[in-house]
Design a protein around this ligand. Structure first.
Ligand code: HEM
Length: 128
């Protein structure tokens, strides 16, 4: 099945917003992620909301405000090992469960996020 516009299909702003909230609720409790995230996740959650909106085919909110995402470059200051990429993905997987995002569209979204997550890895496994 060709997925035309994920953003529209999953319910747009409301669904992305719920996903981001559930996701950072999980990040805040994940022992592997707490050390590299700020205590106050409000700003990063706002940026992620804008990024995921455009990543999944909605309005280009992130780029209009911050320019080209250059996500790998923006993550360089933070040590991201393969274990942290897995932790990020597990928080996302659980967030999708929590908001009831299911089916082929969810699998497709998760696959795309998995590619991005492993692309963010900037430390070898022995630094875990
Ligand atoms: C920012 C960690 C993967 C999107 C950040 C920040 C951290 C982080 C620590 C900065 C928080 C701060 O401002 O202090 C991680 C880790 C990942 C990961 C450990 C594991 C692979 C991803 C993925 C995406 C993403 C897969 C997108 C699908 C973003 C965005 C920002 C951000 C949009 C804000 C960038 C900015 O405008 O400065 N991430 N991230 N991250 N992350 Fe990630």
């Amino acid at each position: 099945e060709y997925i035309e516009n994920i953003y529209e299909k999953i319910g747009g702003e409301e669904t992305i917003s719920k996903l981001v909230n559930a996701f950072y609720g999980n990040v805040a409790k994940h022992p592997d992620l707490i050390p590299i995230f700020p205590d106050d996740l409000t700003e990063v959650a706002n940026r992620q909301f804008k990024f995921l909106t455009q990543f999944f085919g909605g309005p280009l909110l992130y780029s209009m405000e911050y320019g080209h995402p250059m996500l790998r470059a923006r993550h360089i200051p933070f040590p991201i090992t393969p274990k942290r990429a897995e932790a990020w993905l597990s928080c996302m997987h659980d967030a999708m469960d929590k908001i009831g995002l299911e089916g082929p569209i969810r699998e497709h979204m998760f696959q795309r996020l998995t590619q991005v997550a492993y692309h963010m890895v900037n430390q070898p496994p022995e630094n875990d």
